[in-house]
Design a protein. Structure first.
Lengths: 467, 150
């Protein structure tokens, strides 16, 4: 039962983020201009986003890395930066558009100056993100978005010619450039990148593993599928009502008109409420996605519950996303005791990326505690007396030889994943070049590496190696 | 010296292009553009009718009707200004242009009335009826412009 509820919640969350202001206005315009002829393009867009989201969720669940992290890791700095700049620009524009959308709906509901509502919407967005837990945000906007099912009811109330509607699902090409523009537009409106970046990062936040693959598939198929049903319904109601009258819907308020026509004030209020939650959900999803992308690109530890102190600044600098060999080490991995001259308790790594529930479970699994303020014990063979909670704690640490001569800083670690669930560190890579080199990725004349066997001591701020 | 001349001539060309573009932006209104402008008036009238129908049936929220009427009215006004300011490419369509500006003004006025009385069913009914007439006038102008008029 709990699993069913979890899946239902995921589906609802997917609906909440799927229909944004672009989808709402563009699909309505598509119906008004081309009646049902663009229904196939809507379906194509929904399949596209569903497949992409399922793939991203699967990659996140199995590798422990969200899609943007993988892009950065696999494609390198240049393409990663391009993707970051492009997605950040799109996210900023999307957040601005969604805020404008919220303000328009509030104006329609309350009839006060629009500019006042833009400020109110921005403040409300900040408060919601700051105060509500992740699950709460999903529930509020997911359930709220369900109000838009009034559009589906309107379709049946209008009772269009179903044969004509069915023909709209068969791809057709017109010679008009406007039609081709709308084909691309409808498809692109469904495939907004923030949705997938948010979805895959959310999978990490929720602590998904291979066990969640079925949940991921159901979320992607049904969540985006139901969102797609709403988009299809918008095209149909618009095509049925607006197309014969020659109405050219250009603003968000017009989207609600067919529901007013069908069910009066109740229909209107349900439609406006649904639009408000969908647009609000999209604003939150896209602002989360922008933050996730930036943090993942720079290699910062990130997460809904990750405070600024425990982020990059508190951890001695960004975690290089180019740490390809580390792979799963950032998630529920364990350092193998006694492997490299240090014995450590089993520490799940990467606390910032896991849900609160998982972090609590992780705390319980950390084994015996010493008397030093409740910190887990770190048994070190020789003189080192510092425990590592995550591999990223190594990053940015000074590396010195036994005489104290400074050799550089750790900017990367290579490790491999063992069958028994442990991560074995093989090598530390040093670099004097700082952030610039760190972002560029491994390799180059300035790079210097040490096998982990050369590490003789870990102090609070340094790694001592045998040269 | 030669490089300076090349640079100043390039600058001159750029300025000329910018002037041409600017002039083109507020230039002549073709028959097709006039047609599209009048068609958009017809669309605004149809959309206004739907809003007014909600008011007439007491099936809407007054805040929604008021805000929608305001938005549509502003669009109609903007369309009227655009049509009135433009220079016609084909002077023989001047009558249609004048008629279109008048229709735009009429639609804007009716929507303004709806904005003032968004909760009055009688006003809603009248505005809906008059917007339908204004829409028909716009359609008639479109038919004249495209040569379909009897």
């Amino acid at each position: 039962m709990r699993t069913i509820l979890k899946i239902a919640l995921g589906i609802i969350a997917a609906i909440g983020g799927f229909l944004d202001i672009g989808d709402l206005v563009f699909t309505t315009q598509a119906g008004a201009l081309f009646r049902y002829d663009l229904l196939w393009a809507v379906v194509l867009g929904v399949i596209g986003i569903g497949v992409y989201a399922e793939m991203s969720g699967r990659v996140a669940a199995v590798s422990g890395r969200p899609v943007f992290d993988v892009i950065r890791m696999r494609m390198g700095f240049g393409i990663g930066l391009l993707a970051l700049v492009a997605s950040t620009a799109v996210n900023l524009l999307t957040v601005a558009a969604e805020l404008g959308g919220i303000a328009i709906v509030l104006e329609l509901l309350l009839d006060a100056p629009y500019s006042m509502f833009v400020v109110t919407a921005a403040a409300a967005l900040v408060l919601i993100v700051a105060l509500l837990p992740f699950g709460g945000i999903e529930r509020v906007f997911g359930y709220g978005g369900l109000l838009l099912f009034v559009v589906v009811a309107t379709v049946f109330h209008q009772d269009p010619k179903w044969g004509d509607v069915a023909r709209g699902f068969v791809p057709s090409l017109h010679s008009s450039t406007l039609y081709l523009y709308f084909v691309v537009g409808v498809f692109a409106a469904a495939l907004m990148p923030y949705e997938v970046h948010f979805y895959s990062s959310g999978a990490i936040e929720e602590g998904w593993t291979e066990e969640n693959l079925k949940e991921n598939r159901l979320n992607a198929i049904f969540g985006y599928g139901v969102g797609g049903v709403l988009a299809v319904a918008l095209v149909i109601v618009s095509g049925t009502l607006f197309h014969p009258l020659g109405v050219e819907p250009s603003d968000l308020g017009t989207v609600a008109l067919p529901m007013q026509g069908a069910f009066g004030e109740t229909g209107l209020l349900l439609a406006l409420g649904g639009i408000l939650f969908c647009v609000g959900g999209a604003a939150i999803d896209s602002s989360f996605a922008a933050s996730y992308n930036l943090a993942q690109f720079l290699g910062w530890e990130w997460g809904r519950y990750q405070g600024p102190r425990s982020g990059a600044a508190g951890r001695g600098g960004p975690l290089p996303a180019a740490a390809a060999p580390l792979g799963r080490a950032d998630r529920a991995a364990r350092l193998r005791p006694g492997d490299v001259g240090q014995q450590r308790p089993a520490h799940p790594l990467g606390g910032g990326r896991r849900s609160r529930r998982d972090r609590e479970a992780a705390e319980e699994s950390r084994g015996p505690r010493t008397g030093d303020g409740g910190r887990p014990a770190a048994l070190v063979r020789q003189e080192a007396a510092v425990e590592l909670k995550s591999l990223s704690e190594l990053l940015g640490r000074r590396v010195v030889d036994r005489s104290g001569r400074r050799l550089g800083r750790v900017y990367e670690a290579k490790a491999h994943w063992e069958r028994d669930g442990t991560v074995v560190i093989d090598e530390l890579i040093l670099d004097r070049g700082g952030l610039r080199r760190r972002l560029r990725g491994p390799g180059g004349p300035e790079e210097q590496s040490f096998p982990w066997e050369a590490v003789v001591e870990l102090t609070a701020d340094a790694v001592v190696v045998r040269t | 010296m030669g490089r300076k001349r090349v640079r100043s001539s390039a600058l001159g060309s750029l300025l000329a292009a910018a002037l041409l573009l600017t002039a083109g932006g507020c230039g002549d209104l073709s028959n097709d553009e006039l047609n599209r402008g009048v068609e958009s008036l017809s669309a605004l009238a149809a959309q206004g009718q739907l809003v007014a129908n909600g008011v007439a049936r007491d099936a809407t929220k007054t805040t929604y009707a008021r805000a929608m009427a305001r938005t549509l009215g502003e669009e109609a006004e903007h369309e009227a200004e655009k049509l009135a300011d433009a220079t016609l490419e084909e002077p023989e369509t001047a009558d249609q242009r004048h008629a279109a500006v008048a229709v735009a003004g009429e639609i804007s006025g009716l929507l303004s009335e709806l904005q003032t009385f968004p909760g009055d069913e009688r006003h809603g009914e009248l505005v809906e009826k008059h917007l339908a007439e204004a829409g028909e006038k716009a359609d008639a102008i479109v038919a004249q412009l495209s040569g379909d008029a009897p």
